[in-house]
Design a protein around this ligand. Sequence first.
Ligand SMILES: NC(=O)C1=CN([C@@H]2O[C@H](COP(=O)(O)OP(=O)(O)OC[C@H]3O[C@@H](n4cnc5c(N)ncnc54)[C@H](O)[C@@H]3O)[C@@H](O)[C@H]2O)[C@@H](O)CC1
Ligand SMILES: Nc1ncnc2c1ncn2[C@@H]1O[C@H](COP(=O)(O)OP(=O)(O)OP(=O)(O)O)[C@@H](O)[C@H]1O
Ligand SMILES: [Mg+2]
Length: 391
Amino acid sequence: MVTRAGAGAAVAATAVVALLSAALALYGPPLDAVLERAFSLRKVHSIKDMENTLQLVRNIIPPLSSTKHKGQDGRIGVVGGCQEYTGAPYFAAISALKVGADLSHVFCTSAAAPVIKAYSPELIVHPVLDSPSAVDEVEKWLPRLHALVVGPGLGRDDALLSNVQGILEASKARDIPVVIDADGLWLVAQQPALIQGYQKAVLTPNHMEFSRLHDAVLRGPVDSDDRHGSVLRLSQALGNVTVVQKGERDILSNGQQVLVCSQEGSSRRCGGQGDLLSGSLGVLVHWALLAGPEKTNGGMLDLKLTIWGPKIDTGVKTRAQGGCGPRTTTPTSPHLLLSPSPQVQPSPGGCIRRLLSHPAVQPPSLPEARSLHHHLRHDRRGGGRLPQALR
Ligand SMILES: NC(=O)C1=CN([C@@H]2O[C@H](COP(=O)(O)OP(=O)(O)OC[C@H]3O[C@@H](n4cnc5c(N)ncnc54)[C@H](O)[C@@H]3O)[C@@H](O)[C@H]2O)[C@@H](O)CC1
Ligand SMILES: Nc1ncnc2c1ncn2[C@@H]1O[C@H](COP(=O)(O)OP(=O)(O)OP(=O)(O)O)[C@@H](O)[C@H]1O
Ligand SMILES: [Mg+2]
């Protein structure tokens, strides 16, 4: 049985895996090139370390099989899209499909719907968000959705935000994982109680959105000298909701641990890159939660890791010490459990930092990358199509 802390930590673990998988899956160069670059920059890591992390990615990706039915591997809903913004919901929804979801819905305003429909026949677009019965219209679909991505291209119209509030309440009542991004975060900054303690929520603020949230929830500016602590404290103040603070280094926290992704990526800062990430996370959070904590936090990474925060005494034996974890090449190097198991007590003091490298998402103009599922899900245990690095 996963404790609340375990669940929250498992979701943080998901975010880490998701960020990595999303980055690898979308518009990235071929995987082995990514691995080379990711690890050429950092002497600390090795391809083997990435292999451990990617093993977690593999663990959560449902294999393709002839016995599955349409939608079984992911039905994701994006709530957003208004008069001004039609690209953001499209980017989020199409990214969910590219990562490997089977169906992707967009719940947007009536004005945005024909535009988004025109972008792609693959998206199921519902022109309901500005309807007086918007909440009922979306709620009808919730039993058939595995996760929601709330906010891309939502805009800040009060009537829309009020409808989205009802949709979030209905989603929580059904225990549906929600990724909250963009103007969905604007709503959360107005009403933090909306997601307080809902540990199946993952927030993905950019620099500005984080500042607003931090100010609204912690009543004060972000301490720019202590960004990790700021993310940790915001997560804790929201009841250990997972926070993914996007930036030159992505900082993630579930209120217990702080993880840092510092892989140098594209210097482009074009609009839409955050939307790609939130859509990808929608699928990956669902897959990771479906896979269960034994698949996401049982895996022990023997990367030379540092986690910002109280030194975590994992208390986990390696295989060399009679445990069941992977053999560590450097038994003295601190391990990281992707999330501490309930019986592991953080010990005070000490500060270690984890660098998880992942490539930034390439601007959409690049040739379409093969979606992650193609590589990882066609590995019918023979590894036939897996890139060398993933075999
Ligand atoms: N094609 C589209 O339809 C797009 C729509 N978008 C939507 O536009 C709405 C507003 O998103 P924004 O991200 O623009 O709004 P924000 O309120 O997050 O950002 C406002 C402005 O802050 C500035 N800013 C960003 N990062 C900064 C940093 N590190 N330091 C200082 N200033 C910084 C930028 O000029 C940005 O436009 C959202 O609903 C979003 O989903 C965006 O996702 C972009 C693409
Ligand atoms: N200064 C930076 N240098 C390198 N990568 C960055 C930088 N800022 C953000 N990123 C990366 O770009 C991705 C999108 O982050 P960004 O801050 O652009 O989101 P956003 O503003 O929400 O985007 P969008 O325009 O889609 O709303 C994240 O994966 C993040 O890690
Ligand atoms: Mg954004």
